[in-house]
Design a protein around this ligand. Structure first.
Ligand SMILES: NC(=O)c1ccc[n+]([C@@H]2O[C@H](COP(=O)([O-])OP(=O)(O)OC[C@H]3O[C@@H](n4cnc5c(N)ncnc54)[C@H](OP(=O)(O)O)[C@@H]3O)[C@@H](O)[C@H]2O)c1
Length: 344
């Protein structure tokens, strides 16, 4: 048996429970991965909070009933333990003492080169809050040898979101980009990727995080009353693009007042005011730009950059899988910069 963390109802983290579940078997086009680290993201607790319950078709079950409880865990890293019938021999492999029973000598390579025993990053995926997860082979990215499990498990959701936001706003050399929430999971990625693209980066954060942002090549400013004045002082020649990873009215209003071209403002979170502002809204919500192709294409570069140490994946805290509720409380309360990670 394996373990899975799941919500028993909509609500706060108290509804999470860790239950025994069978080790899954891969269907056609799938593999099973032994999870070594699963990234924790704000969407994880939002999904069972009830916030999307009535408004989002994604949260209807297969019978079309609104509010089906979600499977948690949208990214992870781990070791391939089984490959599906059309990927290669369906093989139980002894890839580590924690894999459990079932050994077959004939660890196979699939048509796409995926082999039992491969160390992989898995994104996108659903259900990674578990000892084992099934994933389509298209969601596997080889884990660079130089990248730790925690970092590999927490890289992709934030990294691809940041890459998507920078892509749709066309950020490049010569730009001055305002990143709201520069010390958050997505913000830290947006800051680093924008600096690597040759842009000047102004990033908002609590003062305690300004040193970190300076170290990554950004000019930090504090959010709160007077933000627009501080942004103007930090960027006297103006802001050419903005990435909002916070979603407050203050962030939206500052972006709109700072950037002449609304199509060069991207928001990953916030209210419906964004729609009337005419800015780019990216994400998986109704009417939003999911950018699946852009995000899929970004994965290899993110993995390569992180593997070489050029792109830092900061880890704030690591929790045992069974303490997912504690991780969610920490995430919702605000925490040190970097990602929260669950380890089965
Ligand atoms: N659309 C998408 O595809 C997508 C993808 C990923 C995430 N998201 C959403 O984007 C948001 C950020 O995600 P994340 O993973 O980066 O979260 P996170 O790691 O929890 O970071 C949140 C950041 O917000 C900053 N913050 C808190 N209060 C603030 C305020 N009043 N004004 C300005 N900044 C403030 C914090 O900075 P300090 O600690 O410095 O105060 C913190 O660094 C979440 O709502 C998430 O659900 C959307």
């Amino acid at each position: 048996m394996a373990r899975t963390v799941r919500p028993t109802a909509f609500g706060t983290p108290e509804v999470l429970e860790t239950v025994p579940t069978p080790v899954p078997r891969p269907a056609a086009g799938e593999v099973v991965v032994r999870v070594r680290a699963a990234g924790v993201n704000p969407i994880d607790w939002k999904l069972y909070s009830g916030a999307f319950h009535a408004v989002d078709d994604r949260h209807k079950d297969s019978a079309g009933v609104a509010g089906a409880l979600p499977r948690l865990g949208l990214e992870c890293a781990g070791v391939v333990t089984k490959v599906g019938p059309d990927v290669g021999p369906d093989t139980d492999a002894d890839v580590g003492a924690d894999v459990g029973a079932g050994v077959d000598d004939e660890a196979g390579a699939g048509a796409n080169g995926v082999r039992v025993g491969d160390e992989v990053i898995v994104y996108p995926v659903t259900g990674a809050y578990a000892d084992y997860v099934t994933a389509p082979v298209t969601s596997l990215i080889p884990k660079p040898a130089g990248l730790g499990w925690y970092e590999a498990g927490a890289l992709m959701l934030a990294g691809t979101t940041a890459a998507h936001a920078l892509d749709v706003t066309g950020v490049g050399p010569g730009d001055t980009v305002l990143v709201h929430g520069g010390s958050g999971g997505v913000g830290l990625m947006a800051v680093q990727l924008a600096v690597a693209l040759g842009a000047t980066v102004i990033a908002t954060a609590a003062e305690r995080n300004h040193g970190l942002l300076r170290g990554l090549g950004a000019l930090p400013v504090s959010y709160g009353a007077g933000l627009l004045d501080r942004v103007r002082a930090a960027a006297p020649d103006g802001i050419t693009a903005a990435i909002d990873c916070v979603g407050t009215d203050e962030a939206l209003d500052t972006s709109v007042a700072s950037v002449a071209d609304r199509q060069r403002i991207a928001s990953i979170t916030g209210t419906d005011r964004r729609v009337t502002a005419g800015i780019k809204i990216i994400g998986n919500g109704p009417g939003q730009d999911a950018g699946a192709d852009i995000r899929a294409a970004a994965r290899a570069g993110l993995a390569a950059g992180a593997g070489k140490g050029e792109l830092r994946v900061l880890i704030a805290s690591v929790f045992p899988l069974s303490e997912a509720a504690r991780a969610h409380r920490a995430g919702a309360a605000g925490h040190a910069p970097g990602k929260l990670v669950l380890v089965p």
